[in-house]
Design a protein around this ligand. Structure first.
Ligand code: HEM
Length: 404
C-alpha cells in the first residue's frame, strides 16, 4: 500500500465554512499530525487532546517554553507588547496559575452567576425590544454581540456608554488567535492593547481610591496566597476577561442558532420543552465549538500516539475536532438533543478549565429562551457570514426571518 501524505490546509476559504471535513479526515488518517505550515502538532483525537489538557507539567501554557523559530517570534511579540512580560492566568503555569486563578474563582461561581441572572434577563429583554415583531433581524448585531459585552462591562464596572468602543478593542485583540497575522494586524492588536490599557488605567486608579462592588475593585484589592496583584497583572486580567468572555459567548449563541436552523425539529422540541435548553446548549458546545483549539508548549520530549514531540514544540489540541471523535460520541455529526453527554472539551479541561463557563451557559440559555418565547417563527433569511480565526469559530452576521 502506498501511503499518501495527509494534506491539512486550514488556509483555504472552505475551512472557515466547514472545518470538520478536513479535521475528520485528519483524525481518521493521522490523528497526531505535524503541520509544517503552522509549525505545530495538530491533535484531533479526544483522548490525545484530553491528555494534553490534563498534563500541564508536560504541556505548558507559558509561551516562554516554546522552542525554535516560534520562540523567537513570541519573544519579539512580548518585546512589542504594551504589557511586556506580564502573563495572564490563561498563559501561566503552576504555581503562578493557582495564585491568579484564586483571585477570579469567587467572582464566577455558579452562585455568583445566578445572582446576575435578573440583570442578564433585563439586558436581553432591552435588546430584543429593539428587534422587529416580524421581519429580518441579524441575531449577531441584535443580541449575540452586545449581550456578552454589556454583561462583562457591567461586571468589571465599565460605564455602559463605553461598550461600543470596548467591543471594538476586544475584537481587535481577539485577532491574536489567528494563525497568520499581517504586519497591519499585529500593529492593530498592539495599538488596541495600548488604548485599552490607558482606558483601564483610569478606572484602576479610581478604584484604588474608591472601591466599588465591581470586578476591577475586586482585582485591585484581591489577595491570594498572601500576595496582591501588581498593576500590570490587574491590567492583564481585565483585558483577558474582556476578550475571553466576549467573542466566545457571542459565537456560542450564533453557532447554536445556526445549528437549530439546520435542525428545525430540535427548534420545535425546545419550544415545547424550554427546560431542555441548558442540555441543548451542551450539545451546541460539542457540535460546533466556539473555541476550536487550545495551544500548549512541550516542556520535555514526549510521545503522543506513535509520534515523538520534542521539548519546545507547539501542540494544538483541536477541541472542536475532539468533540466530534466517533470513538467518544456516536454519530458525532448529528446534533442530538437526547445525547445527554457533556464530556465535551469546549471549555477545556484541567487546571485552565474555563472560569467563565457558568456565566456563558446562563447567558446563552437566557438568549435562546427569550428568542423562542418572543417569536413563534424563526427561520434563516440568507446565509450566515462566518468570522472567527483558526482557533475561534462563529458567525459575524446571521440574518433571521422572525415572525410573531
Ligand atoms: C461559550 C463561551 C466560552 C467558551 C467556549 C470558553 C472557552 C474557554 C476555554 C476552551 C478555555 C481553556 C483555555 C486553555 O486551556 O488554555 C477557557 C479559559 C478561560 N476562560 Fe473561557 N470560554 C467562554 C466564556 C468565557 C467567559 C464568559 C469568561 C469570563 C467572563 C471566560 C474567561 C476565561 C478565563 C479567564 C480563562 C482562563 C482560565 C485559566 O487559565 O485558568 N470565558 N475558556
Amino acid at each position: 500500500m502506498v501511503n499518501t501524505p495527509v494534506i491539512f490546509n486550514p488556509f483555504v476559504p472552505s475551512y472557515r465554512r466547514n472545518p470538520y471535513l478536513q479535521l475528520d479526515r485528519l483524525r481518521a488518517a493521522e490523528p497526531v499530525h505535524r503541520s509544517d505550515a503552522l509549525q505545530a502538532w495538530i491533535l484531533t483525537k479526544y483522548d490525545d487532546v484530553l491528555r494534553v489538557l490534563r498534563d500541564h507539567e508536560t504541556f505548558s501554557s507559558d509561551a516562554r517554553n516554546a522552542g525554535g523559530q516560534i520562540a523567537a517570534a513570541i519573544a519579539e511579540q512580548r518585546t512589542n507588547s504594551p504589557l511586556g512580560d506580564t502573563r495572564s492566568v490563561l498563559a501561566s503555569d503552576p504555581p503562578e496559575h493557582a495564585f491568579l486563578r484564586g483571585i477570579v474563582n469567587r467572582a464566577f461561581t455558579p452562585r455568583s452567576v445566578e445572582a446576575l441572572r435578573p440583570r442578564m434577563e433585563e439586558i436581553t429583554a432591552t435588546l430584543l425590544a429593539e428587534a422587529p415583531d416580524t421581519g429580518e433581524w441579524d441575531l449577531m448585531a441584535g443580541l449575540a454581540q452586545p449581550l456578552p459585552v454589556i454583561v462583562i462591562a457591567e461586571l468589571l464596572g465599565i460605564p455602559p456608554e463605553d461598550r461600543v468602543q470596548f467591543k471594538a478593542w476586544s475584537d481587535r485583540i481577539a485577532l491574536t488567535t489567528d494563525i497568520m497575522q499581517s504586519p497591519e494586524t499585529i500593529e492593530s492588536i498592539r495599538t488596541a492593547t495600548a488604548e485599552l490599557i490607558e482606558y483601564f488605567e483610569g478606572h484602576i486608579t479610581d478604584r484604588r481610591q474608591h472601591a466599588r462592588e465591581d470586578l476591577i475593585s475586586a482585582l485591585v484589592s484581591a489577595e491570594s496566597e498572601g500576595r496582591r496583584l501588581t498593576g500590570a497583572e490587574v491590567l492583564a486580567f481585565a483585558i483577558l476577561l474582556l476578550v475571553a468572555g466576549n467573542e466566545t459567548t457571542t459565537n456560542l449563541i450564533g453557532s447554536g442558532m445556526r445549528t437549530l436552523l439546520a435542525n428545525p425539529e430540535a427548534m420545535v422540541a425546545l419550544r415545547a420543552a424550554p427546560e431542555c435548553i441548558p442540555a441543548a446548549i451542551e450539545e451546541m458546545l460539542r457540535y460546533d465549538s466556539p473555541v476550536q483549539g487550545i495551544v500548549r508548549f512541550a516542556t520535555r520530549d514526549t510521545q503522543i500516539g506513535d509520534r515523538t514531540v520534542a521539548k519546545g514544540d507547539v501542540v494544538m489540541g483541536m477541541t472542536g475536532a475532539a468533540n466530534r471523535d466517533p470513538d467518544q460520541f456516536p454519530e458525532p455529526a448529528t446534533f442530538d438533543l437526547d445525547r445527554n453527554d457533556s464530556r465535551h472539551l469546549a471549555f477545556g479541561q484541567g487546571i485552565h478549565y474555563c472560569v467563565g463557563a457558568p456565566l456563558a451557559r446562563v447567558e446563552a440559555a437566557i438568549a435562546f429562551r427569550e428568542i423562542l418565547a418572543r417569536w413563534p417563527s424563526v427561520e434563516a433569511a440568507g446565509d450566515a457570514e462566518m468570522g472567527g480565526t483558526f482557533l475561534i469559530r462563529g458567525p459575524v452576521r446571521l440574518p433571521l426571518a422572525v415572525a410573531r
